[in-house]
Design a protein around this ligand. Structure first.
Ligand code: ATP
Ligand code: F1X
Length: 309
């Protein structure tokens, strides 16, 4: 069982446009797709599609919160949310033939200290039957910067594996609790170390720095270039084949979902990397976020190159 945590859940609205966006004009949307979003909920859908049991946790509130639960019911994903007074946010992804994808992300509502405490008290019970816990995305307003640090400590105390996928101060503080795996992208590495990454050697160097803190699996996702994995067995690069990208939103979440499944199944690191790159790249072929066609994943998987560096 894999529990995916999304503190800043969202109703994700994908607007499919047939014409290029022209700023300052009226644009009509050709098709809208609403999904239960916020990174961890994309992770949950991917875990389910990979054939593992999953449960979603985090905060939801208001009418959007009720709608989000109904979307998860339709997806067949179970959940155990903390219900809060604030209204769950919406995030918009505009897909047009000119710019590709443009995202508008709301900050999220306020979570009170009482709501945060209540969630933390319930958290050990929520994850008690989980082998792996994923913690993804931003946190809503009002939450302590050390929230992920506290949650990782709880997961590790129970002897479970935990993947952290976040950015900024939440990533910095979260790393101090030594999660089993982290998956920053290039931007997140630059923010974390306050540097500019200029080459693959730079990326490997910073990934090693994180590994040396005591984090067993460090994955750096590199978009169309695939991903790097630093672990006890060595350093690996996973390269996807060139594909006709449709929508890359949720690719990072798909990678986290696939790695959670790989950790649950105790896969060898190089097999895990191949699996995760194939799942994430297959997500880029789907117009909807956090989903993929298993046949396309299998096709891509045959052409993913795993290189030991
Ligand atoms: N253009 C692409 N072509 C092929 N595969 C891609 C492409 N973009 C992303 N992917 C796949 O998705 C994985 C994760 O992508 P990326 O590095 O963009 O994650 P991310 O920045 O965390 O994404 P997000 O935050 O939007 O979810 C890559 O390692 C790769 O396997
Ligand atoms: O504000 P966060 O939590 O960092 O990111 C939110 C978000 O952009 O991430 C997902 C794509 O990765 C979308 O489902 C969602 O809208």
């Amino acid at each position: 069982m894999i529990t995916t945590v999304t503190l800043n859940a969202s109703i994700d609205k994908a607007y499919h446009m047939t014409q290029k966006i022209e700023n300052g004009t009226v644009m009509r949307v050709a098709e809208t797709h609403n999904s239960a979003g916020g990174k961890g909920l994309n992770v949950a859908r991917v875990v389910k599609l990979c054939g593992s049991d999953t449960k979603a946790a985090g905060f939801v509130g208001g009418y959007n919160g009720q709608y989000l639960e109904s979307l998860l019911d339709a997806d067949g994903i179970s959940y155990e949310f903390e219900h809060i007074n604030g209204e769950t946010r919406s995030c918009i992804n505009i897909l047009d033939p000119g710019y590709g994808s443009t995202e508008y992300l709301e900050g999220g509502c306020e979570v009170t200290a009482e709501e945060e405490t209540s969630f933390l008290e319930r958290f050990p019970g929520i994850i008690r039957n989980s082998d792996v816990v994923t913690i993804s995305g931003s946190a809503p307003r009002g939450m302590g910067r050390d929230i992920y640090q506290k949650m990782i400590r709880i997961v590790k105390k129970l002897g479970r594996k935990v993947i952290l996928d976040t950015s900024g101060e939440y990533l910095k503080r979260g790393l101090e609790s030594l999660p089993t795996m982290v998956k920053p992208n290039k931007d997140e590495i630059e923010m974390l170390f306050d540097i500019k990454v200029r080459s693959q050697e730079d990326v490997i160097g910073y990934a090693q720095k994180i590994y040396e803190k005591g984090i067993p699996y460090v994955v750096i996702s590199l978009g169309g270039e695939g991903a790097l994995l630093v672990c006890k067995k060595g350093i690996y690069q996973g390269k996807p084949p060139r594909i006709e990208v449709v929508n890359t939103v949720g690719c990072g979440d798909s990678m986290v979902g696939a790695f959670a499944v790989a950790l649950e199944r105790n896969m060898e690191p190089e097999d895990a990397l191949k699996f995760a790159v194939a799942v994430a790249s297959a997500n880029a072929l789907s117009s909807n976020t956090g989903t993929f066609d298993p046949a396309k994943r299998d096709e891509i998987s045959q052409n993913v190159k795993i290189i030991k560096l």
